[in-house]
Design a protein around this ligand. Structure first.
Ligand code: F0G
Length: 525
């Protein structure tokens, strides 16, 4: 850093940098490899830091995986275009085909999924939201057209004397005895139009995190993140997590009927037609930011059944849980939840490129969406080339990477369970699957250490643990943002025994200090 730079004001999100400085984690990393980041200390030495945060779950293959770096080099060595929108591109097609092969293998169903690319997780979620809403609007239009056809038939039948309107129908539509069929039709039209003007509803689980853009933030449960922006887009209803019966109840609660008129046996009959109010049920099968919480197979089956019964598409957000982290490519395959839409991002770019993809099952797909939605950088040459190479690395040797993830996850989990067993007064629970693990710490609101009590009250407890682990042990972890007493552990599949031992020692040291209320927890190195 030059002198001028060090005196220049910090303009890139200075508040956040201040917070990192308070925790003593505001170092600048200069190099990265596998699960290690390096910063340069005052003496000019490179200091290694064990990275268990794993780029918020985007580093399933670790930092700068040689094959992905090679893919980037090959791309530029060949002088390939990054941006050649609206042209034939084979890499997105190959990515989509490979993802379909994986879907068929993990879910055993031959129905294809079409791929729409995006640049980030939240954008991928919003592609799903937009597509689901487009499909709902088209269903609404079909229903309106059908009702219009019925109304025309009713008017004609009554005018020609072929059918009569029973008193009860007049009464239920709020019409007078002398009112003609045109007035009845207008009453029905008004009721249907009023319902059609309502914004859509999205259903999701309490504790969910689906992104922070205008639409996706509505599906992110954390009120602090969501409420200031509630006016920006259609809102979600949050369904109680892992509560039997809650899903069906929530779907039922959104059920709305609109009136329709039919000619039957010389009479006009008033019937109720179900109206599509819910655009989609969106869920993470392992809630990440909500504290690493898994949806069980029975609840997943309830989601599928309730959604099918009501004609609602199921969107599974595998942005954090997907890409092999749990030992299968799709975490939802462990619980047999076949989604209508899947969203992938984070690890899809191999830890180097930014990319996302929304996969939509053929029977739900509305091809006209392709003409309505676009994004300058989505499916660019570079990110799709890296996504293709990433998928090939994951799929190589019969899925060796998935086996590595399962084994590394198992080793890590066993170690964490032992820490919990030895410190049951400090560690409440170890949760998750494969390399998506969370360690929940017990409440510290009665700790003898005032900073711990304050941090608990301010909802930043886990960040104090992150600060300690970094300063004292050179380990990088973060809490889950919406459940801040849970540390999330999401290293790469190459996280070996030595790394596990290092983390084990550091967590035990943290637990000992917490147990005794030792102020060394706050010492700076
Ligand atoms: N869905 C899930 C399940 C996520 O975990 C995230 C991001 C997103 C969507 C949004 O993706 O950040 O690329 O726009 N989770 C980050 C995290 C913020 O901390 O794990 P994005």
């Amino acid at each position: 850093m030059t002198t001028t730079e060090s005196h220049a004001p910090e303009l890139a999100e200075p508040q956040m940098l201040g917070f990192l400085a308070q925790l003593g984690i505001d170092v600048e990393f200069i190099r990265a490899e596998g699960d290690t980041l390096f910063y340069r200390d005052g003496a000019g030495e490179d200091v290694p830091v064990l990275d268990v945060a794993g780029g918020y779950g985007a580093l399933i293959l670790g930092h700068n995986h040689p094959e992905i770096v090679d893919a980037a080099r090959d791309f530029f060595a060949a002088g390939r275009p990054v941006l050649a929108q609206a042209s034939r591109q084979s890499d997105p097609t190959l990515v989509a085909r490979l993802l379909n092969d994986i879907l068929r293998r993990e879910f055993g169903d031959p129905e294809p999924y079409y791929a729409v690319f995006a640049n980030s997780g939240a954008e991928g979620v919003e592609v799903a939201m937009k597509h689901a809403e487009f499909a709902r609007v088209l269903r609404v239009q079909d229903l309106l057209t059908e009702i219009e056809t019925h109304l025309a038939a009713v008017v004609e039948a009554v005018d020609s004397g072929a059918a009569r309107v029973p008193e009860e129908v007049l009464r239920r539509l709020g019409a007078e005895p002398g009112d003609g069929p045109g007035i009845l039709a207008d009453r029905v039209r008004a009721a249907v139009a009023q319902q059609a003007a309502q914004p859509p509803v999205f259903l999701t689980f309490a504790g969910s995190f689906h992104g922070k853009l205008a639409g996706s933030i509505q599906l992110t449960h954390n009120a602090g993140f969501r409420v200031p922006f509630a006016g920006l887009a259609a809102s979600a209803r949050f369904v109680a997590f892992e509560q039997p019966g809650a899903v069906a109840e929530a779907v039922e609660a959104e059920g709305v009927d609109v009136p329709d008129l039919l000619v039957e046996g010389g009479e006009i009959r008033l019937v109720q037609r179900p109206f599509p109010t819910v655009a989609a049920f969106v869920l993470e099968v392992i809630q990440g930011e909500g504290g690493i919480r898994m949806v069980s197979a029975p609840i997943a089956a309830e989601v599928r059944a309730a959604a099918d019964a009501a004609g609602i598409p199921v969107v599974v957000d595998e942005i954090q849980s997907g890409m092999g982290r749990t030992g299968a490519f799709f975490a939802s395959s462990h619980i047999g939840l076949r989604a209508d839409y899947f969203v992938l991002a984070k690890g899809l770019g191999g830890g180097i490129a930014k990319t996302a993809v929304t996969l939509i099952r053929e029977s739900c797909y509305r091809p006209d969406f392709e003409l309505l939605h676009s994004s300058t950088f989505a499916r660019d040459g570079f990110s799709t080339a890296l996504a293709l190479r990433t998928l090939r690395v994951l799929e190589a040797d019969g899925g060796a990477v998935y086996r590595l993830a399962a084994r590394a996850g198992e080793r890590l989990r066993t170690t964490l369970e032992k820490v919990r067993a030895d410190f049951p007064d400090v560690v409440a629970e170890v949760r998750g699957r494969g390399l998506m693990l969370g360690v929940e710490f017990r409440d510290q609101s009665t700790s003898p250490l005032p900073p711990l009590r304050e941090a608990t009250a301010n909802g930043i407890l886990g960040y104090l643990f992150s600060g300690y682990l970094f300063r004292a042990h050179r380990i990088r972890t973060f809490p889950t943002a919406s459940a801040v007493s849970t540390l999330r552990l999401e290293p790469s599949v190459y996280f070996g025994d030595e790394a596990v031992a290092e983390l084990d020692g550091a967590l035990r040291a943290l637990c000992s200090l917490l147990r005794t209320g030792d102020p060394r927890l706050f010492e700076t190195a």
